[in-house]
Write a protein that binds this ligand. Structure first.
Ligand SMILES: N[C@@H](CCC(=O)N[C@@H](CS)C(=O)NCC(=O)O)C(=O)O
Length: 213
């Protein structure tokens, strides 16, 4: 069944998370680039789609009726999981609960303080920003035990936990102490070579034209 998926976004961590999940689920989708640098997210046309004026947004343009529009990265990721059962969240309830616990660990305990730090840096408060980034990175180090106990972040199946973890941890580059985290370093290399991750990471690097991912 075609879901007529269209992803609106730009080259940001949140948009990349969604693009990786769409690729992992094998769901064809179009992209529409909204240039944040050119303030396209503030246009009346885009706000008609998402009144918050934020990306990513996922549109489902099915055969009949008005398109279904989902904003909020994590709502979109869960919507993708509902469209493609088993693709990014396991169907087993036990395995799914581990995935959810680790996925939300990264979303609430690692990505959220990092994003708050990014905002503080843009406000010019670099000292407070660095404190939040340091908290986020120190918390993320706890995931060494997750990586040491399975092929992926929540066991032996790639999941939303890997998508959340990979995008934030790699965004830090060498500011994250990879050299003393061997299991996480191996996991990072394994995930980086996955085709959905490579394709999703490139999704808004291209140009302004629509394409099928
Ligand atoms: N909680 C929202 C946050 C979305 C968000 O902040 N998106 C950023 C790009 S990653 C954005 O659109 N920024 C433009 C702005 O805030 O003006 C989500 O998870 O989707």
């Amino acid at each position: 069944m075609s879901h007529g998926l269209r992803l609106w976004g730009d080259q940001t961590g949140n948009c990349v998370r969604v693009a990786i999940a769409l690729h992992e689920a094998g769901l064809p989708f179009e992209t529409r680039r909204i240039s944040l640098a050119n303030a396209e997210h503030q246009s009346a046309d885009f706000r008609a789609l998402n009144p918050m004026g934020k990306v990513p947004v996922l549109e489902e343009r099915g055969a009949c009726g008005a398109p279904r529009v989902t904003a909020q990265t994590n709502a979109i990721l869960l919507r993708i999981s509902a469209i493609a059962p088993g693709a990014v969240v396991p169907t087993s309830a036990t395995a799914a609960s581990i995935v959810m616990a680790r996925y939300f660990f990264f979303v609430t305990d690692v990505i959220a303080p990092s994003h708050a730090g990014f905002w503080l840096a843009r406000q010019g408060d670099s000292a407070a920003a660095e404190k939040l980034q340091a908290l986020s990175r120190a918390t993320a180090e706890l995931a060494e035990t997750f990586a040491a106990n399975g092929t992926f972040m929540a066991g032996d199946t790639f999941s939303l936990a890997d998508i959340a973890a990979f995008t934030i941890l790699t965004s830090w580059g060498s500011a994250f102490p990879w050299q003393r985290l061997p299991a996480l370093s191996e996991w990072r290399d394994r995930v980086a070579s996955r085709s959905s991750v490579m394709a999703g990471s490139r999704v808004f690097y291209q140009d302004d034209t629509a394409r099928t991912g």
